[in-house]
Design a protein around this ligand. Structure first.
Ligand SMILES: [Zn+2]
Ligand SMILES: [Zn+2]
Length: 324
């Protein structure tokens, strides 16, 4: 609609891929211009082409005119995942099988992040089992290294944020991991103050790298919690805690609106399929779609970074930041 008005102001009436001169501009009335594609049409009107996800009249026209449209993240930018499960908790495939699936998607890394203890039904990992899992991960990584394969499994955990905001693992156990995702799975009906304070407590723990599926919504099943998302995102920006877009189509949590807000506040994002089976990784595309509607660029999303850069980012954020 906005494009139609821009065309009109220049003396053209817009119909699909052609323009007809109204006579109010430089061209004679009735003159027609046809365009092969949108790129040409936009260019004729003095605009850079914009992907459909951006056409929401949120300032994109002005950016297109100034040639300052952001380059949105694509599926091809994703180099790995930081949240997924194996048979060590409630996944259906073992570590090697999940790694195979990740490699099959061209990823350079995949974080084994099974549930910690503290989640009722699932036999979660305690420090002892995490240690045993580390041995299995190291063995696989050694094998790939000796074969010259450019792929690495990361040691992670989806740590349970308990009802009072304490975590399912002690700090020492989390410190030994490459990446820690903290998530709330139960007590999602707590009142706003309680669940927000609980979530903030997790965010302020320096060992927590990523806040997983922040609002806990399951589309069509469970509404988002009462969480004060704005306040939590501010805390994530302050502490450098990465916020997840959980790509599963039933979650899409953060939503595009909150994801955009997170980046405005200065947060980084991780897009994770939270796969519990090999095919689960295919859900990544829904996370990408959400990220694009949020206008996220590759640099906003840490799992577009090459492995060393991504690990360096996590290390830096755990490092000198002062926590309260
Ligand atoms: Zn979870
Ligand atoms: Zn998970």
């Amino acid at each position: 609609v906005e494009l139609r008005e821009i065309a009109l102001r220049q003396g053209w009436s817009l119909n699909d891929y052609s323009l007809t001169a109204t006579g109010s501009g430089a061209a004679a009335e009735g003159e027609e211009r046809f365009f092969e594609d949108e790129v040409d049409l936009y260019a004729f009107l003095g605009l850079d082409w914009m992907p459909p996800e951006m056409r929401e009249n949120r300032g994109e026209i002005e950016l297109a005119r100034r040639h300052q449209l952001p380059t949105l993240v694509t599926l091809g930018d994703i180099r790995g995942e930081l949240h997924g499960h194996t048979t060590w908790s409630d996944g259906t495939a073992d570590i090697a099988e999940m790694a195979e699936a990740a490699r099959g998607r061209g990823y350079a890394y995949w974080a084994v992040s099974d549930h910690s203890v503290g989640l009722g039904m699932v036999g979660g990992l305690d420090p002892e089992r995490l240690q045993a899992q580390a041995a299995e991960i190291a063995k696989l990584n050694d094998r790939w290294k000796s074969q010259g394969v450019d792929f690495r499994l990361l040691r992670g955990c989806e740590v349970e944020v308990l009802a009072d905001g304490t975590l399912g693992l002690p700090d020492e156990a989390m410190a030994a991991l490459d990446v820690v995702v903290a998530s709330i799975h139960s007590g999602l009906r707590q009142d706003r103050e309680t669940i927000t304070a609980r979530c903030l407590k997790a965010v302020y723990n320096p060992h927590v790298d990523i806040l997983g599926h922040p609002t806990g919504r399951i589309i069509g099943v469970r509404p988002p919690s009462e969480l004060d998302v704005e306040r939590v995102l501010q805390a994530c920006a302050e502490t450098g805690t990465v916020v997840e877009i959980n790509a599963h189509p039933s979650r899409l949590d953060l939503s595009d609106v909150y994801a955009r807000r997170a980046v405005e506040l200065g947060c980084k994002i991780a897009i994770n399929s939270d796969a519990h089976e090999r095919e689960g990784m295919e859900m990544m595309e829904y996370g990408i779609a959400t990220a694009r509607r949020a206008w996220l660029r590759p640099q906003d999303v840490i799992n577009t970074y090459p492995l060393e850069q991504m690990l360096g980012f996590l290390k830096d954020r755990r490092g000198p930041v002062q926590r309260t």
